[in-house]
Design a protein around this ligand. Structure first.
Ligand code: SF4
Ligand code: SF4
Length: 345
């Protein structure tokens, strides 16, 4: 583990912005919230944020992406626009979500549009100083991580302790102009104390253990009234999907120009809570009822992904809970009801 003074770290970030050919992304304040965005100055970087509006998945799986361009003279050309990036300030739960996405895109159809962007990114994590009031990362075991980062920073007063997670991370540190010290026992103790204080930053109203979720969800699958009651106020807006760091569904459509001689194949984010998500030809919709869509979202978080990859696909970031207008997307609420049998169904 290395250490770097905060002033030196700021200089390092400013030098990356000025000299590194890669785009430098960092968490910044946006009105009363925070967002990952291109950095213009180290001054704008907020490593003390609680949660960002969207997770960093938008850099590997953009909201709108051209996959193929075609025209009637030249045929079809595969498109894969990759912007190499250094992304600063990713919280542990988002790093864990990215590792889950990597598995999905590697082990299913080896999606080169996603994977090339991941390979060309350097991920710099930060241990959490603050947490959203909705976050239950401690319950989900995602408040810290030992993997998924190239570098991981911990604020230890006037310095950052820097853990190196990969060769990419180590190479990035070669750009630091000041001497990087090795941490001593005192700094290691400060990192330990920082991590010891983490549990107190998260909400503590979870009654369930994440590893019970596949069984609980299996038991509740056929309880239609449970899902109908919980989904009653759902607006089918899809926000809970779109803000989630482990949701990756997309739609693909062809957009032709008016002469029909050229066009492009686009992929855009999609979400299983949207009414048209499971619509197919012949006017069939396999999940026409909002309760069925609502149930599917939870099954996918706590059961289906576990069965396929061994992961619980909720990392406890709390974004869905915070951003759902009728306040019905909170996984803790639904999982607690199952665990405690509190809704009488
Ligand atoms: S649960 Fe909330 S955020 Fe999700 S689709 Fe329904 S209304 Fe929208
Ligand atoms: S389901 Fe909600 S709390 Fe869980 S990872 Fe997705 S957005 Fe975060």
């Amino acid at each position: 583990m290395k250490e770097i003074g905060k002033a030196e770290f700021s200089n390092f970030v400013d030098e990356l912005i000025a000299d590194d050919p890669r785009e430098v992304i960092g968490v910044q304040a946006k009105s009363t919230k925070f967002a990952f965005d291109p950095l213009k100055s180290a001054e704008d970087l907020r490593l003390d944020y609680d949660v960002t509006i969207l997770p960093p998945k938008k850099y590997f799986m953009p909201q709108r992406e051209t996959l193929v361009e075609y025209n009637t003279n030249e045929g079809m050309t595969a498109v894969n626009e990759v912007t190499p990036r250094i992304i600063l300030g990713i919280h542990p739960y988002d790093l864990i979500a990215i590792q889950q996405m990597d598995k999905v895109f590697e082990e299913t159809h080896s999606d080169e549009n996603y994977l090339a962007k991941r390979r060309q990114s350097v991920l710099v994590g930060v241990n959490m100083k603050n947490a959203s009031e909705w976050s239950f990362a401690q319950t989900m075991g995602t408040a810290t991580t030992e993997s998924g980062y190239d570098l991981m920073l911990t604020d230890i007063g006037d310095k950052y302790a820097v853990e190196i997670g990969s060769v990419k991370g180590s190479k990035l540190l070669e750009n630091v102009k000041s001497e990087l010290g090795d941490v001593g026992m005192e700094e290691i103790e400060k990192v330990r104390k920082f991590k010891d204080k983490l549990p107190g930053k998260f909400r503590d109203d979870s009654a369930f253990d994440p590893f019970e979720l596949p069984r609980l969800l299996s038991e509740y699958y056929g309880k239609d009234e449970f899902w109908e009651e919980n989904a009653e106020d759902c607006l089918s807006c899809g926000t809970c999907n779109l803000v989630c760091p482990t949701c990756y569904c997309f739609d693909v459509k062809d957009v032709n120009d008016i002469t029909l001689t050229e066009g492009e194949r686009l992929r855009t984010w999609d979400g299983c809570m949207l009414e048209a998500f499971a619509e197919v030809a012949g006017d069939e919709n396999f999940r026409e009822q909002k309760a069925a869509r609502y149930r599917h979202r939870y099954m996918r978080k706590g059961r289906y992904m576990y069965n396929k990859f061994g992961d619980i696909a909720c990392v406890g970031c709390g974004r869905c809970s915070e951003q759902c207008v009728p306040d019905i997307a909170d996984p803790v609420d639904v999982f607690n009801q199952m665990k405690e049998g509190t809704n009488g169904i």
